[in-house]
Design a protein around this ligand. Sequence first.
Ligand SMILES: [Zn+2]
Length: 92
Amino acid sequence: MSEEAEAKKVKVEMLDHHEVKCGDCDKTLVMMLKIAESEEKQRLLVNCPFCGGQSWLFEMSGKYFQAPAEGLGLSKMDENNGTFILDMEITE
Ligand SMILES: [Zn+2]
């Protein structure tokens, strides 16, 4: 691996990441990984497939990569007034 690639890898590991959890049953639904700083603001709500509840409103500034928690997949994504609403499904 080149030095440049090493540096890039370290940078990725240092980036912010957040778990978006269900507000009702506290299960982790989505991992948000910050990939870039940006002025852009986004809001996210995640519907919980375990209890039918919903996550707390997650507000982000910057660009994020979203990954479903283990055993979950994204079934649907809607946007409402700048808030993304994700429906998750259990895949295992
Ligand atoms: Zn839940």
